[in-house]
Design a protein. Structure first.
Length: 297
């Protein structure tokens, strides 16, 4: 089978990842499946991927498809990815494991299958990962077929109505001009640079808006918001209306400037992760679901 891979390292690696999950007496079944899918008398990456993807559990498939949101060669922060997967509702809590632990388990499974590459590891824990360009192309195609996510392209406008929309790199008024209101959209993510600063994980589960150096009071109308990421931005004040977002799970406010004034999050009982530069008071309620409270200096 290695010979049929035509010397392409990625196809060989993904194939080995597929075989590693099988007993040796099951290898002939994999071989037979690949032989039925031969193209030009060789095994293509997409062929091995299809077999490996087919065997993934439903949650792992969702996690893998979700990686299509990231730009090419992007180093994916594992912690942020886990928070996003939980916010999307892909992960169900287990009696023995928290949702974040389950999400990390699925990511580790993708790495074990050689579908994702562990980029940075600290104390045996994957801190960041990457996806190979060829595999990224494959999952983007698969995600498009399933209408899983729509990635905005300034040059080629898509008319797709999707629950998830992603914008890469420089964002200006062209996005607002090109897109009509998508009432089906439940997630919006921006990854890239805009007007001198970077945004990562600018994400809303219901609705979206754009801001300059502050969050407007309308943020409080997004009552089903689960993840709010405004890192690397000038925002350092949260409006009082943030108390209305009772389902908020993650607040990543690790921006350029510290929060000088009191930040009242006491009514946000669903909070699981709070990250930011808090010089003033940060009021947390009973914190029954809180797992992370991190003040970045």
């Amino acid at each position: 089978m290695v010979q049929k891979c035509g010397g392409l390292p990625l196809a060989i690696v993904v194939l080995s990842g597929l075989l590693s999950r099988k007993r040796t007496n099951e290898w002939h079944e994999v071989c037979a499946s690949l032989w039925r899918r031969l193209k030009d008398d060789s095994i293509h990456v997409s062929t091995v991927f299809d077999l490996s993807f087919k065997e993934l559990r439903h949650e792992s498939k969702l996690c893998f498809l979700y990686l299509s949101i990231y730009p090419e060669d992007y180093e994916i922060n594992a912690e942020k990815l886990i928070h996003l997967l939980v916010a999307e509702g892909f992960i169900q809590e287990d009696e023995e494991m928290m949702m974040e632990d389950m999400a990390r388990y699925y990511i580790d499974e993708l790495i074990d299958r050689s579908l994702v590459k562990a980029e940075r590891i600290e104390r045996g824990k994957v801190m960041s990962c990457k996806i190979h360009d060829l595999l990224r192309d494959v999952i983007i195609k698969k995600a498009k077929e399933l209408n899983f996510v729509n990635i905005y392209n300034e040059k080629h406008h898509s008319s797709a109505i999707c629950r998830r929309e992603v914008v890469h790199h420089l964002m200006n008024n062209s996005y607002l001009c090109d897109r009509s209101v998508n009432k089906r959209m439940r997630s919006f993510l921006y990854i890239g640079e805009r007007t001198g600063f970077e945004l990562e994980g600018f994400f809303f589960v219901v609705g979206f808006f754009f801001f300059k150096i502050y969050l407007p009071d309308v943020i409080g109308d997004l009552i089903h918001l689960r993840y709010l990421g405004i890192p690397d931005t000038p925002v350092n004040i949260l409006p009082a209306s943030i108390s209305n977002i009772r389902f908020l799970q993650t607040l990543d406010a690790s921006g350029y400037y510290p929060f000088q004034y009191t930040t009242d999050l006491s009514k946000l009982t669903s909070l699981r992760h709070v990250i930011g530069q808090f010089v003033g008071e940060c009021l947390i309620g009973d914190g029954v679901n809180l797992q992370t409270l991190r003040s970045i200096s």
